[in-house]
Design a protein around this ligand. Sequence first.
Ligand code: NAD
Ligand code: IPM
Ligand code: MN
Length: 352
Amino acid sequence: MSTYRIASIPGDGIGVDVTAEARRVLDRAGELHGFGLEWTEFDWSCERYTKTGRMMPEDGIERLRPFDGIFLGAVGFPGVADHVSLWGLLIPIRRAFAQYVNLRPVRLLPGTTSVLAGRGADELEMVIVRENTEGEYSQIGGRHNPGQPNEFALQESIFTRVGVERIVRFAFELARTRSHRVTSATKSNGIIHTMPFWDEVFAEVAAEYPDVHSEQTHIDALAARMVQYPDRLDVVVGSNLFGDILSDLAAAVTGGLGMAPSGNVNPPGEFPSMFEAVHGSAPDIAGQGIANPVAQILAGAMMLDHLGEKAAAAAVNAAVEQVLAAGEVATPDLGGKSTSTELGAAITAALA
Ligand code: NAD
Ligand code: IPM
Ligand code: MN
């Protein structure tokens, strides 16, 4: 029997609730499909920062390196500045392990309360391929002339040829396994150095994939299209910031942040990949036991798929769909009154 070693970092707020639910579902999937998950839990969080001044220990990255996968809840909570908590944990992990693909599949699931609810699942089945290690997320820049009338802040973006090319290529390869369509999101009419560069690299790579239909769009127009005509999109590739924004938008049109999973993937498999929900720690509902665990459970299914446990991953996806379609157990974001634990338990039961 295979046993996978997984590092679990529940993090902050609802991250703690949803990872607990997801772990129960994944453990049961392992029992039913003949593999084991050996969890090691790390208490890396804003609470830890408050006590020790660090989100994770100095050798945190080294401790994660031997694992087969990393399962992250959410990081960030009022009391610790977001740029401190996120640059102290999430972003360093993505970079240290060259998780340059942030894969964010979006599907219209049954039981949603979204603007598109009731339309066919085939109308919305896309995947955001977000560049995950460079771009607008950079530490280059600074604050100048504090308190003066001429005070200003500078923030640089970095787009390397290697970085853009590999994410765009990933999107085209993925499109070959799907509907052979790739849409690139840039803003080359306003951002005059980095974005035209991205478009140029995109066009070069597109030329190598004559069987894939490619289009370059402006992100503002794309955002509107994602709501009005989502069926015209399949693989959407964008920079770190644009992919971030588009993935919350895509989640919202398919039923909300409680339903959207993501994988921070190191494609060569040289380093561990990390799976998490798209959403954050939701301080507004933290501690109430009512967070929707579906996004984290689906992130768990992505992790099983990545580990090669395809049948178990498919079974988890099917169990989620079955429970959502029945509509009897639903958290408040889905219009119901159930708790996170009730929904997690219903999905676990549906696995059998
Ligand atoms: P958020 O995603 O935490 O919450 C946005 C809204 O969606 C809130 O109203 C929340 O209640 C709701 N929501 C989110 N997930 C839900 C779920 N599973 N079930 C039901 N409702 C849900 O975004 P935010 O408020 O901008 O961020 C809160 C904190 O989380 C910040 O510190 C932010 O930096 C951090 N964050 C972390 C990650 C991560 O670790 N990957 C991702 C996003 C935000
Ligand atoms: C996400 C989050 C993070 C990001 C934040 C918390 C830094 O929004 O994973 O989508 O922007 O990458
Ligand atoms: Mn985000």
